[in-house]
Ligand binder design. Sequence first.
Ligand code: C2E
Ligand code: CA
Ligand code: CA
Ligand code: CA
Length: 276
Amino acid sequence: FYMKNNGRGHYCYYREELNHYFPNEALMEAHLHRAIELNELMIYFQPQVNLETNKIDSFEALIRWENRKFGMVSPAQFIPIAESSGLIISIGEWVLERVCQYQKEWRECGFKPVRVAVNISPKQFKQKSFVKRISALLKEYAIEPKYLELEITESSMTDLHETTSILKRLKEIGVYVSVDDFGTGYSSLSYLKEYPIDIIKIDQSFIVDIEKDQKNKAIVETIILLAQNLGLEVIAEGVEESGQEQFLRENNCQKVQGYLYNRPLPAKQIVEQYFH
Ligand code: C2E
Ligand code: CA
Ligand code: CA
Ligand code: CA
């Protein structure tokens, strides 16, 4: 807080972050409204490495927003705004369709099909039309369901009946479902028993200091074992150092993703580096 003279000899307390934060957020939301039509959104892809084969067998699609006024805005900044304003529905829809278009484009170029994981926000996941939309997109772009993965977080799984019904219908279609940021939500582990889930993504906060922190070591070892015992695939996120990879290898973690291998890359670079 600091004091500000309002020009008539009166002082009032002023909270600096509020002043910067709220107008900016409202302004950002106003710009975000037009991001799709102005063609400001892009999809980047981050490779996921299979530690058993040392090959890349999937990508995660990550949205990017380049705005005239704000420049490159991090999704960590604008996704929460999109969530609270409801814009996430149209943005999420755009991401899904764009990913399907890329899949079709790559197939038509003769590239070997690859699974792409798409982040799904809770609002999008709970939309009545969500499952139908997924099957319509797969049909429209002639994509085999096994090449689409949906990343949901524990915050999508608030209602047992609703979640079970959505996940069962997705299972029938045949797409993969992963739990993103595993272990950071407030859900009880019993959902792993109830829900047809395919993949656990170990949150990067457990990986970051895994070489030093005994507790994180124990947590990660245990998540990997849990996944194995439940017959789920497991992937560690945010792998930046070879020591972290070594630990994950020794503990039989199947897949890894992180700056150690690649940053998220634009489609053009993905094509040059991985499909040629
Ligand atoms: P997330 O889904 O947990 O994605 C992983 C984030 O970690 C990405 O940040 C990725 O670029 C970053 N990352 C990857 N490897 C490393 C590493 O080795 N070290 C570190 N420190 N970070 C790494 P990004 O792309 O900025 O996305 C942030 C979050 O925004 C995502 O977290 C996700 O929650 C959300 N997001 C991104 N794209 C979408 C989208 O299309 N739809 C929705 N609903 N959310 C999205
Ligand atoms: Ca994710
Ligand atoms: Ca994550
Ligand atoms: Ca995250």
